[in-house]
Design a protein. Sequence first.
Length: 287
Amino acid sequence: MPLRRSGPARRTVPLAAGTLVSLLSVLALPLALPGSATASDSEKRPAHPEQDWMGSTIAAHEGSSVRAGGLEPQASSRRAVSGVDVSSHNRRVHWKSLRKSGVRFAYVKASEGTSYTNPYFAQQYRGSYSSGMIHGAYHFALPDHSSGSEQAEYFADHGGDWSRDGRTLPGALDMEYNPYGATCYGKSHKSMVKWIRDFVLTYREETGRYPVIYTSTNWWKRCTGNSGKFGRTNPLWIPRYGSSVGSLPRGWDYHSIWQHTSSGHSVGDRNRFNGTYTRLKVLANGG
């Protein structure tokens, strides 16, 4: 049940005389106290991360294509496993009640950009695990704030790590409409694909797993040019609030998780894993 990775060990290097003089001059500069922000820090800090959760921008941008009344999935998905996703806007979650209602897995928002962590993460992440659920963490991407590599490292260090305990799912990358400005974060198709690739490869280096990618087909087409580069490596988590998943982004022959409604009882966002509970455990174990 990993929450935070420890950083790499630092080596002590002898200082040359010139280096010592330079160091003393640096020490004379004003220090930034923990929690304080420089101008550049403020520019990179998201304005309302507590309002950004998995799917928070989907219905607003896609309208009726995803708003289908929050219907239950068709009979073809009866064997699917029920799950939820939560963030700080859900506050303290009653995990035992959800477990009793049939929910078997949960994803919890861990981070956004490179400066925000969910203040309810510990209660939500540990609580889901303690109730007997399989759990995982997700990162809300802000591709115009910093590089994919930086955000993957931040995510892995702030709750997004993975362990082979049979109960922890690979981290998920939440790619959706920009809640702060330009729909595609001011990036071209090529640069967006590169950003996602940098995140994916860095996360794999940090954890040994490829992250799940959460995205809508419409956003993927609009902002990546419907890239087919990730279907072979990254499980797909698709939002569509209706009776079927609809068409999938290029590169994926099937979805792994379907966010089928944002208006479920107790916790709004409800998901279905596309397979049996045994297959869900295989995903958690790295199969």
